[in-house]
Design a protein around this ligand. Structure first.
Ligand SMILES: O=P(O)(O)OC[C@@]1(O)O[C@H](CO)[C@@H](O)[C@@H]1O
Ligand SMILES: [Mg+2]
Length: 292
């Protein structure tokens, strides 16, 4: 049967209603990454947000504005949750509307120190369900993508999590975070100590949650866990990990909740459950907590 090009277009859209949005995310993430790379050549002026170790720069704000303006022009009805917009007082509520969840510079501390792991992270959710994720690790120039039901890729190569089920042969990645409350820091260290002493092969941290999740998806590490991350750090990575065959759980073993600021992402449930056994949970206010 002959199919004319209009029908093809229609069928194409039916096959993937968010293809255009995802292609746009990849293009704008690449553009944003080039801005970050350029900025790395210059002296960076540092500002602080919630504390002296919660850093932000003009580049974070410039890149977030660039991404939002470019998406708004193409998809004017869509909603946004962006790290710097939330810091400036915008609400952090995930509605049913198509929503872009953006971390313009994941790894700002790395960025200001020239530590070479910085990512642009763009997740996209519809009816509160994540549809695709794009993480551009811009210093390495690696483009990671995940599309619900269609797999995860890095620069066109299909990603697959590690098949390791033995925690003693595993490499784990986590972060120390930016909370310097001594009680919280000691819980983070005690969790890391217990995991190290299982013993695991190694414990790492890249300084960017989005990159950490891509490392789980690539099979370079078996798991990444953290309490204190935000939805913009992990929305894109969540799709990339699950599409590479991995699992996402809450740190208490319950279902993953994007807005809860707690997550274990792993190659499989055996590894995730083993890590969960060692996590000393501490409180972190939800991203969507109603502000008084
Ligand atoms: O502020 P940024 O640079 O976008 O986020 C960086 C980051 O340190 O914040 C999270 C919470 O600690 C970490 O997992 C993540 O790597
Ligand atoms: Mg971040």
């Amino acid at each position: 049967m002959a199919v004319n090009s209009d029908t093809n277009k229609y069928l194409g859209k039916m096959e993937d209603p968010w293809k255009e949005a995802m292609d746009h995310a990849v293009a704008v993430a690449r553009k944003a990454g080039a801005v970050i790379r350029d900025a790395l050549q210059n002296e960076v002026k540092i500002m602080c947000k919630s504390s002296s170790v919660d850093l932000v720069t003009k580049t974070d704000q410039k890149v977030e504005n660039l991404i939002i303006a470019s998406v708004k022009e193409k998809f004017p009805t869509h909603s946004f949750i962006g790290e710097e917009s939330v810091a400036a007082g915008q609400p952090c509520i995930l509605s049913d509307n198509p929503t872009w969840i953006i971390d313009p510079v994941d790894g700002t501390t790395n960025f200001v120190h020239g530590f070479p792991f910085v990512a642009v992270s763009i997740g996209f959710a519809v009816k509160k369900e994540l549809e695709f994720g794009v993480v551009y690790s811009c210093v390495e120039d690696k483009m990671y993508t995940g599309r619900k039901g269609k797999g995860a890729y890095c620069d066109g190569e299909k990603l697959q999590v590690s098949d390791q089920t033995d925690i003693r042969k595993s490499m784990i990645i986590s972060e120390l975070g930016s909370n310097r409350d001594p009680e919280t820091v000691s819980k983070i260290f005690s969790t890391m100590q217990k995991i190290l002493c299982i013993p695991v092969h190694g414990l790492r941290g890249s300084g960017t949650a989005a990159t950490n999740m891509c490392l789980v998806a690539s099979g370079a590490v078996e798991a990444f866990f953290e309490i204190g991350i935000h939805c913009w750090d992990i929305a894109a990575g969540a799709v990339i990990v699950t599409e590479a065959g991995g699992v996402l759980l809450d740190v208490d073993g319950g279902p993953f909740d994007l807005m809860s600021r707690r997550m274990v992402s792993a190659n499989n449930k055996t590894i995730a459950d083993r890590i969960i056994k060692e996590i000393d949970i501490f409180p972190a206010e939800r991203d969507d907590a109603v502000k008084k």
